[in-house]
Design a protein around this ligand. Structure first.
Ligand code: MN
Length: 377
């Protein structure tokens, strides 16, 4: 029996708009999602694979704009592979117009799967898909895989979209949850899953490929797909992660302590190559404690660095304020400003106050310090 190679990907979310990010980066992120199609095709070629499985959520919505789905089909047509698509929760079969249009325009190498059952991908290779009929199915659609029989010496590959959770305490699977041992109970050589946007393996023959182009700070780093090789029916598959994404999402917690320079602490956490920064998105969450001077220095260094990046945000809500008389002297030695600073300092340190009130006082003191030191420069 010959080895069988394929790529497993999912959650491309083509047409995602990124409305929560600044306009100047949105277009680049949208374009990168489209460009993942030729990247997948190139990865398939490098892996010696003739098939790419997309485990749902190829499109971000049930109504992608015409350019989004038309250009996706054109890019797929240009690749020397067969694409196998099942609907996910974002592009379920409830999106009747979308699936009808795809059906009408799909090139011969794009296989749209709308029904569960057995599909022969190649001689000796059976695909067992579980397409989502609607956004919330309410039941485990992979149940039927166990009862589908195939001739001996046939590869069995499952393709599904949804959450996996351990069995509940009474031993029965919950509604709509794919049991983590489905590959074993349905005698699958491999179960290709979509839904979770990070990459995750569950045992030897079940995996979430994750989105190949990351789309939020929830999943750090670069997107990837999985290159899978089946060596013999029943044998453990060989699974390799293949990085594909363009944009690197960085959710950075910067823990500050008094005496640690924010510039130095931050420098170690960012790509040294300035040219690479253009494709990095950073959400910097400062925590710990820092003096007024260090907080100002942190804001300065972020303002200085941010234009190198695709996106850079600084969140200081969890950063505590340390200050001493020297800091307050910098604001003023006496007079109305110093009185205001003293009051804010007292409020920020007052344990009897609600944390939110103390945070507001500290924030105001920070701004006062910032304005005055800026004005002095
Ligand atoms: Mn998804």
């Amino acid at each position: 029996m010959a080895a069988f190679r394929f790529l497993h990907t999912a959650d491309l979310h083509l047409g995602r708009r990124f409305g929560n990010l600044p306009e100047e980066v949105r277009g680049r992120l949208i374009e990168a999602r489209h460009q993942i199609l030729p990247r997948l095709a190139a990865a398939a070629k490098a892996h010696g694979a003739k098939h790419i499985l997309i485990a749902g959520d190829t499109f971000d919505t049930e109504t992608p704009s015409d350019p989004v789905w038309r250009q996706a089909l054109t890019a797929m047509a240009a690749a020397e592979v067969t694409w196998w698509l099942i609907p996910g929760n974002h592009d379920s079969l409830a999106a009747e117009t979308l699936w009808a249009r795809l059906e009408e325009k799909a090139p011969a190498n794009v296989r749209l799967i709308r029904d569960a059952g057995l599909i022969e991908m190649e001689a000796g290779v059976a695909l067992l898909p579980a397409p989502l009929p609607s956004r919330y199915s309410g039941r485990d659609l992979t149940t039927g895989m166990a009862t589908l029989t195939t001739p001996p010496d046939t590869y069995r590959i499952g393709l599904a979209h949804g959450a996996v959770r351990d069995f509940s305490e009474d031993g029965r699977a919950s509604d709509g949850i794919i049991p983590p041992d489905r590959a074993e109970t349905a005698r699958l050589d491999y179960l290709a899953l979509g839904d979770w946007h990070g990459q995750m393996r569950l045992g030897a023959r079940t995996a979430y490929a994750g989105t190949p182009e990351r789309d939020s700070f929830r999943h750090d780093g670069l997107g990837a797909c999985l290159a899978v090789t089946l060596h013999a029916p029943g044998a453990v598959p060989e699974i390799t992660s293949v990085p594909l994404g363009r944009f690197c999402w960085n959710d950075i917690e910067l823990a500050l302590v008094p005496g640690l320079s924010p510039q130095d602490a931050l420098a170690m956490r960012l790509p040294a190559d300035i040219a690479q920064r253009r494709d990095h998105l950073v959400r910097l969450r400062a925590t710990g404690r820092a003096s007024l001077a260090d907080q100002a220095a942190l804001r300065d260094v972020v303002a200085h660095l941010a234009p190198d990046f695709a996106y850079f945000s600084l969140d200081t809500t969890a950063l505590g304020l340390d200050f001493d008389v020297t800091d307050l002297d910098t604001i003023d030695r006496a007079g109305a400003l110093r009185m205001a600073a003293d009051q804010l300092a007292a409020d920020a340190a007052d344990q009897a106050r609600a944390p939110e009130d103390r945070r507001i006082a500290a924030g105001a003191l920070n701004r006062l310090y910032g304005y005055l030191t800026e004005a002095a420069q």
